[in-house]
Every structure is written in structure tokens, then in C-alpha cells.
Design a protein around this ligand. Structure first.
Ligand code: FPP
Length: 248
């Protein structure tokens, strides 16, 4: 079944002219969801993967151009081995299982983060799906994997310094565009809207540069319980906010 049918934005009372171009999500609360059900944390991540499918589908339906999901942070490597391995397995199965859906719905997959650190199976699946979907232009799904905003900025600073030292860049001419063009998100518009689930009010090293002017919504809902309806109501609330970008 295709979920790219137009008209859904209207059905949900969303103004198609005021849709965010790019929504970023910190998917949090899988562990607590599981604990409340006396389940292993890994069951929470499995339920979270279902929510990923639901929100990707809803995003495509309402016509978002970019959806970025924080699936694994650089700090997440410090979790117990069993949990890291389970998350990596889940990711690999997700990538293998979703390729057909992504193709059918014209969704391009990209990844940001230190993907070189991922296990071989995940890396291979990522390369396969990224390359298979590279010509799709209905929506871009960006998975942040082994991603850290500070790491990204440090790498960018090193690249700038090397370019300047090699005489390819005039340090006096560095501006915001120079920086943005050297981040992993080069070419991707900054998120208009950032959502974090599970009641935590932190940014947790996510897209530090890119969210400078993002509207931020926090919800107490745990990620596995995050519904299409709540997502749409946040999009609707976003449309009621006045964005001033520092102006009056
Ligand atoms: C935060 O919950 C979630 C993560 C660290 C991983 C996110 C992973 C998924 C949603 C599933 C797999 C992803 C894809 C793209 C298929 P937490 O474990 O920190 O929850 P807690 O704060 O309640 O312990």
C-alpha cells in the first residue's frame, strides 16, 4: 500500500503552505516504556522501531521534505553491550525490511554520524538502502547514527583549519554558510521543528548548529506510545507559532 496520497494535510486541518520543511526528532523513552510493562529494555526499542515506521509514514503523507531521527548517539555506545547489540540488530532489520517501502513511497535514506563505527552488517545494509533510494525525491529520511553534534562541529573546525593552512580558504571570509557547508547536513535545510518525547527537556548533543532557530516541542509521551495523531497535533501547533528569527 502506498502512503504518499496527497490531501492528508488538509484532512488534518494542516495548512499545506505552512508545513515545516524539516522535522527532527529525539526519540526518547523506549527504556521507560518497557520498564513500566516489566519488559526488557530491548522490547522498548522494538516498540520504538514500530513508532519510527508510523512517523515516517505520517511524515510522507503530510508532505514533509526532510525527517531526521536521532536513532543512536555517540554517547549510546556506552550502554551495556547487550543493548547496543540489540539496537544494532534492530537497525539492520529495519533497514532490510523497509527498503521496499522506502522505494514504493519515493523516500530517500541518508545517514549522518560516525557511520564507520557501526558493525559491518549495519554498515552494509545502510550502504545498500542509501544507494538504492538515492534517486528518490518524495522525502528524505535522515538517520542520525553514532551521531554527536559536538563531534560534527569539531570535524568541521578541523576541516576549516586544514583548508586555511593549505591556502584554499581565507579565514577572514569564513561565515555561517562556510560552516554549514562543511557539516554533515550540508545541503539540507535546518530543522524548522524539533520534537523530543518522554518529558526530558534537553538537546543531548543533537544538531547543535542546525537547530539555532528551530521551534521546539517537548511531549511527555514515551516514544513507543507516540501516535500519528499526536505528531499531527504538534505539526498543527507549530503552524500556530509565530517564527521571528530574532526579528520583531
Ligand atoms: C531512547 O530511549 C532511544 C534510543 C537510544 C534509541 C532509539 C531507537 C529506536 C527508536 C529504535 C530503532 C531505530 C530505528 C531507526 C529502527 P531510551 O532507551 O533512552 O529510553 P529511556 O530514557 O526511557 O531509558
Amino acid at each position: 500500500m502506498s502512503f504518499s496520497s496527497p490531501g492528508n494535510a488538509a484532512a488534518e486541518n494542516l495548512d499545506p503552505h505552512r508545513m515545516p520543511l524539516h522535522v527532527a526528532v529525539i526519540m526518547d523513552g523506549n527504556g521507560r516504556w518497557a520498564r513500566r510493562r516489566l519488559l526488557n529494555r530491548i522490547r522498548g526499542h522494538e516498540a520504538g522501531a514500530e513508532t519510527v515506521r508510523r512517523i515516517v509514514r505520517a511524515s510522507r503523507e503530510v508532505g514533509l521534505a526532510y525527517l531526521t531521527l536521532y536513532a543512536f548517539s555517540t554517547e549510546n555506545w556506552q550502554r551495556p553491550n547487550a543493548e547496543v547489540n540489540a539496537l544494532m540488530g534492530l537497525l539492520e532489520r529495519f533497514l532490510d525490511g523497509e527498503q521496499a517501502q522506502l522505494m514504493e513511497n519515493n523516500i530517500r535514506l541518508r545517514a549522518i554520524g560516525q557511520t564507520g563505527r557501526l558493525p559491518g552488517g549495519v554498515k552494509a545494509a545502510l550502504e545498500r538502502v542509501t544507494s538504492a533510494t538515492s534517486a528518490n525525491d518524495g522525502m528524505t529520511l535522515i538517520l542520525a547514527l553514532s551521531y554527536g553534534g559536538r563531534d560534527e562541529i569539531v570535524t568541521m573546525a578541523k576541516n576549516l583549519a586544514q583548508e586555511a593552512a593549505a591556502g584554499r580558504l581565507d579565514a577572514d571570509r569564513i561565515d555561517a554558510r562556510t560552516v554549514a557547508d562543511r557539516l554533515e547536513t550540508a545541503g539540507i535545510p535546518d530543522p524548522d521543528l524539533l520534537i523530543r518525547t518522554s518529558g526530558e527537556m534537553r538537546i543531548s548533543n543533537f544538531l547543535l548548529w542546525q537547530i539555532a532557530y528551530a521551534e521546539i516541542f517537548f511531549t511527555d509521551t514515551l516514544w513507543p506510545d507516540f501516535s500519528r495523531q499526536e505528531f499531527l497535533s504538534i505539526l498543527s501547533a507549530y503552524q500556530r507559532r509565530e517564527r521571528r528569527f530574532g526579528r520583531v
